[in-house]
Design a protein around this ligand. Sequence first.
Ligand SMILES: Cc1ncc(COP(=O)(O)O)c(C=O)c1O
Length: 288
Amino acid sequence: MSIRVHIGGRICLPEEAKISVFDRGFLYGDSVYETIGTAYGRLFALQDHLVRLERSAERIGLRVPPRAEIEKAVADTVAAAGNPESRVRIILTRGAGKLDLDPAAVDDTQMVVIVFPLGPPSPAMYEKGVSVAIVSVQRNSPNAIDPAVKSGNYLNNVLALGEARRRSGAYEAILCAADGSVAEGSTSNIFIVARGEVRTPGLDVGILDGITRSKVLDLCRANGIPLRETRISREELRGAEEVFITSATRGALPVTKVDDSPVGDGKPGPVTRKVMALYDVLARAGVP
Ligand SMILES: Cc1ncc(COP(=O)(O)O)c(C=O)c1O
C-alpha cells in the first residue's frame, strides 16, 4: 500500500512532494479538483470526472492541461503506487505569483495528482450503515462559490463536518440550502426512500452534480425503481424509510442514523441494498 504524487511533471514520494507557499491553491483555495476511485482494479468513470474537472476550471477561468496529459499523469501515478484499489485526487491550481488577489495576475496552472490506497468505508459500514447529522452550516449559495464547481475552497464543508463530528460523532454532515431544504453531504450526495420512491435533491437546490449520484439515477431509471428529484425537508430526511449517501470512493453507502435517531428499523433497507447491488454490477462491468 503506497502513496505517490505526480507534481512538476514527475512522480515522487509524498515527503518529496512540495508546492510553493505562493501557490494560489494554498493561499486562496484558487484551484479545482476531482476525487476518483478504482473499482475491481480499474478507474471508475474517469471520463465523467475529467469532464467535470474541465467544467469546474472553466467556471473559474482556470486553464486546463490537455486531457491526454492528465490521463497519462493519472495512469502513470496509479501504476507507480501499485495499490490493489486506489483513491486518486487530481488538483489544478492557478499557480504561484505575486500576493495579488486578481486571478488575471497569474496563468501558470499546476497539476498535482495524488494516489492513495482506497481505504474505508469498511465492509461493516456497508452492512450496518453510518450516521449523519444535519448541521447549521449552510451550503454555499450558487451565487457565492457555486457548489456545482468542485473547487479547492472547501472550508464551508470542513466546518460542516467538524460540527457533525463534534456534536454527535456522526460520520457525515448534511448541509441545507438557504431555503432550509436538504442539499448534500460535506463530500457526498444524499438520497432518501419515502413511500418506496427514491428521492434526491435536484441540482437546482445548489449541490455538486455528483458522478455517483448521476449513475445511481441512471440505474434507478433503467431498473424501474421509482425516482424523483425534489426538495426534501429536514423532517422528511428524519422520517425517511431509508437513507443513503453517494460518492466516487464510496459508491452508495447506507445511512442508518440521522441526528442520533434510527432510520426505519435501523438497518440498511431493501431499496438501498438493491441500489448497492446494481452499483456493484456497474462497477464490475466498468465505466471508462
Ligand atoms: C460536496 C460534495 N457533494 C457530492 C460529492 C459526491 O460526488 P461524486 O459522486 O462525484 O464523488 C462530493 C465528492 O467529493 C462532494 O465533495
